[in-house]
Design a protein around this ligand. Structure first.
Ligand code: FMN
Length: 207
């Protein structure tokens, strides 16, 4: 695992001739969906763009960062716009179905969550959902590294423009983070840069 984490880097230029095959894309979809989330509510969706003309449009709204244009696929981690009682109830219906449990079993936790979320501001819930998007990003970065897929985690894009281009509001979601994936270009000079990390003695505290 450490070899994989040392191998990976924030890829700035992908080989635009090399595409990720559909088996690996299926694996990435599964890994995204397996990301653990707070309360298991999964306030997330993943948009996958492989169409070049869309990648070209997104590139212009990503500070012209070439990784968006040259990637095999651009993943956009999105959050749900509406996380209300209906959304929470839906999750418990799923739980009942999958675990074959009844209303009585899920009732205490469901009521706690409905009350808890009911008392939270929209901004608070939005920030909570964004935190879950970062978790999915971390998970996907590690999965990509272990599969020898290159990736670049990105906050540097215009979420409003992405939402417009991909018509995300129609789906009730908003873009939170971007992850172009593919295979590094031979001339991506960033591939040879040494990793810069604070010394471990400085970042780890042990009692
Ligand atoms: C949340 C997040 C957002 C980032 N946004 C960008 C970005 O917009 N463009 C970019 O080139 N790199 C971006 N990076 C990459 C970081 O600069 C990079 O991960 C960091 O310098 C460590 O280098 P390494 O990933 O090559 O080990 C981002 C990284 C993270 C985790």
């Amino acid at each position: 695992m450490i070899n994989a984490l040392e191998w990976r880097y924030a890829t700035k230029k992908f080989d635009d001739e090399r595409k990720i095959d559909s088996t690996k894309i299926e694996l990435i979809k599964k890994a995204f969906n397996l990301t653990p989330t707070s309360y298991g509510l999964q306030p997330l969706r993943l948009v996958i763009v492989k169409e070049q003309s869309i990648k070209d449009r997104l590139f212009k709204h990503s500070y012209n960062q070439i990784q968006v244009k040259s990637a095999s696929h651009v993943l956009i981690i999105c959050i749900e716009n509406t996380i209300d009682a209906e959304f929470i109830n839906h999750n418990f219906e799923l739980q009942k179905e999958i675990r074959d449990v009844n209303d009585e079993t899920v009732k205490p936790f469901k009521e706690f969550l409905l009350k808890d979320f009911g008392n939270k501001s929209e901004q608070h819930i939005h920030n909570w959902a964004i935190n879950q998007a970062y978790l999915a990003l971390g998970n996907l970065l590690t999965v990509c590294a272990s599969e020898k897929i290159d990736a670049c985690p990105m906050e540097g894009f215009d979420p409003k423009a992405y939402d417009d281009i991909l018509k995300l509001n129609d789906k009730g979601i908003s873009s939170a983070l971007v992850l172009p994936i593919g295979y590094r270009a031979k001339d991506d000079k960033f591939a040879d840069f040494k990793k810069v990390r604070r010394p471990q003695e400085e970042t780890i505290i042990e009692y």
